[in-house]
Each structure stands twice: as structure tokens, then as C-alpha cells.
Write a protein that binds this ligand. Sequence first.
Ligand code: CU
Length: 475
Amino acid sequence: MLSRRSALLAAFSACVTLPRRSWAQPTSAAVGEQPETVTILRVKRRNIEVNGKTASVLGIRQPDGAQGLVTEVGKQFRVRVDNELDAPTLIHWHGLMPPWRQDGVPGISGPPISPGASAEYDFPLRFGGTFWMHSHEGLQEQSLLAAPLIIRDGRNAPGQEEVTIMLADFSFTPAAQIYAELQKKRAPLSSRSAEPGMANGGAVQSPDLNDVRYDAFLANDRTLADPETIRVEPGEPILLRVINSSCMSAYHFDLGVLTGELIAVDGFSVRPIAGQRFPIAVAQRLDILIKVPRGPAAFPVLAILEGERRQTGVILVAGRAPVTRIPEIAPTPSPALTLDFERRLRATKPLAKRRPDRIHQIDLTGDMNGYVWSINGVAWNKDVPPLPVAEGERVEFVLKNKTLMSHPMHLHGHQFQVVEIDGKRFPGAVRDTVLVTPGRRVVIAFDANNPGWWAFHCHLAYHQEAGMFTTVRYI
Ligand SMILES: [Cu+2]
């Protein structure tokens, strides 16, 4: 117990908001461990160009301009975040398992960082994968306050090329205004049922998709009118790391004429699945291995918005090949995401077989009318009691979606395994964000092995803001 308490204390002191100052001596390096340098991440305003206009957005950059962080498994995550905004912020390390005081959720793990102040982070990186970092403060994520967080490990052959593709939805309308407009919307009576399975005599109504009309969809901050072109070696394998940092948009990621092998979701390995098109919900990640054909050619890899024809992406260019313009409208719409692909995923390192010690029934609830979103009928507020669990338990969450929208549900601080969909048990993917489509039931299991106070919420930014958020607590 003593070691856990001292670790918590160290975490506590590392996360206290401090006035701007340079890094003091590292405090938690073990005996014989080489202290590593501190990576500085500056949260600041920046300009990008979207649809021919300048857009003022936010970002997370190192002093050399690199967005986010690429590091290696086994290293310490030793980071100082400088808030150079004129508003408070706090950055969450999505998919990592830090001590809870360093998880970056304002009001839960700690206070936000005041303008001009800094916060420090220091914890070991025990697993690799494709992760990301984003603001958990208000709706800052809609202003693109997000960046990749890549932890390299054995999945990369030495020297193998890799390409990170970060997807985002973009609007020139400020997030607060988008949210206010969503709250004003009045849905037609027919789509107001909170029990989609019950409506129309049991027939499931068509799902409600894309309730924000975005101005653009970005891949690495650019649209297909001016896409990023990435030089690749003909005949060589490449690891694509696709991160969906969108606030509200799910896609099918399309490799075009290439075929790929999905080797991980949300950073965690799955039994490889070969394919050309893979679904990706909000906050999820895909690691896809591709082999670039021999000979010069350009290969667009695209993300097509679910239920629509709008698309974004980057162009991989092998050799001296001409790059032609790719339209922002796909020839055919991408279907709505379902759970069919999730059902096919199998973790390579599943949780140990074990009966659950505790099962929580979690209904995803809400009403488009007035844009009310909640968990078990309660919109989040500080008086909502945390879901109880105890350290060492195997916990299962039975997630039932009683609404007409899909919800990508994210648990902080833990890896969970998808173990059941609609009553069928299977050893599914280990991941950190799972989509629950309308009327469906998804069961996830996790081991309560990282004591603290942790968020569990829908990752659609405006659903989270409206109250589809709760917590798990064991300290
Ligand atoms: Cu939601």
C-alpha cells in the first residue's frame, strides 16, 4: 500500500498547476534510471487554411513545431504542458493509463491549467500504440485542440516508414454557437422515442447521423482541395496510424486500390484483418499495414463520412508520379457504422478468463428534443455518485443504447475488452473506445487495476457537454 500511496503523492505533486518555470530536477527517477529530458508541449493558437479562408484554431506543439509527441515504450512520459491560451485548458492523454491525477480531466483528475501557467506529467509508458492527446476542457476540441501521441513498440520493424493521419471535423461557426443551435432544435415527434427498439411495434427506426453540418473534413489539418501529399517508397511496407480526432463524425477509411491489414485498434493488437475499407468511430484509432506497389503511382487514402458522400484524406506518392485532384465528394455514400466489424475483431492479448465480480447496467439515454443526453437517465452534474468498483475486481459494463444515435463510449485510465454484442459472448478487441449503435447492447470488461477517479463518457463532444458522462471511482 505504501508504494501506491507514494506513487499517488508523486502524481499529485506532478499535476499541481504551477506558475511558468523551467523544469526542476526530476523527482521520480528510480535508482540507476537515466533521467530523461522533459518534452515541452505548448497549447497555443494557430492559423490554418480551410476552403480558401484563414481559420484561427488551437494546437499542441513542441518548441520545434512538431505536433503532439512520438515516443517509445519503456520510456517515462515526462512532459510539461504550457498553456499559452487566454483561457484555461487541460490536456487528456487518450488511451494511456497514467496515475489518475495526471489524466487531464478538469474537475475530476485536477484543476485546469490557467492561462500562462504550466502542468507537469511524469509516469512510465508500459505499452505502445497509436494514441492521441486532446483538450478535455469545454468544447476546445472542436477548435482542433488535439494532436497525435504515438508510442512506438515492437510492431514497427526497425526503420519502417509510418504515416499518421489525423481526421477532424471543422466549422467556421464557434463551438458554443453550434451547441446552442443543437439545443434549440426540435426533433419531429416520430424520432423522439428514447426506446428505439420499442417504437413502431419493435422495428428499429433509422439512426440519426451527423447532426452538425460541418464546413470541412480535415486530414492532418487539410482538405482534399489542398491535401497533404506524403512521399513513400515503392515496394515498401508502411504502417498507417489513423486517428479520428473528430468531435462528431465517424467514417469509413478507404485504402482505394491498396489493400491493408488492420493490426491494432485504439493502439491494441488484434488478429490481423485484411481489407480495403475499415470503420472508425469518434476517438478510435486504426493501425493498418499496407504495402506500396512497385512503380510510380499516387495512392489517395480517404475517410468517407458515414451516411454521406463527403470525404477527406491524404495522398501517398510513390516515386515520380503525378498527383491528380481528388474530389471532396465520393462517388457513393459511406453507410452508417454498424457493429458488424466490431464483432469480427479478436484481441491478440485478451483479458484473463474470469467471472465478473461486479456488473454495472449502463443505459445510454437522451432525447434529440432539446438535445438532452444522459447516462441512466441522469445528465452529468457534480452530485452524480460515481459508479462503485473495488480495486482488483473484474468489472463489466452492460451498455444499452436507448437512443437513436450511436455513441462512442470511452473509459479513462483502463483498457477494456469487448466481450459481448447483443447477447453473443466473444473475445473481442481490447480497446478504449467502443461504439454502441442505436438499440444495441454491448458488454465491456475491464480489470480495476488503476485506482482513482475516472471519466466514462460518450466521445461525441456535444453529447458529452450535454451530460452523457459519468465516473468510476476507487481510491
Ligand atoms: Cu453520444
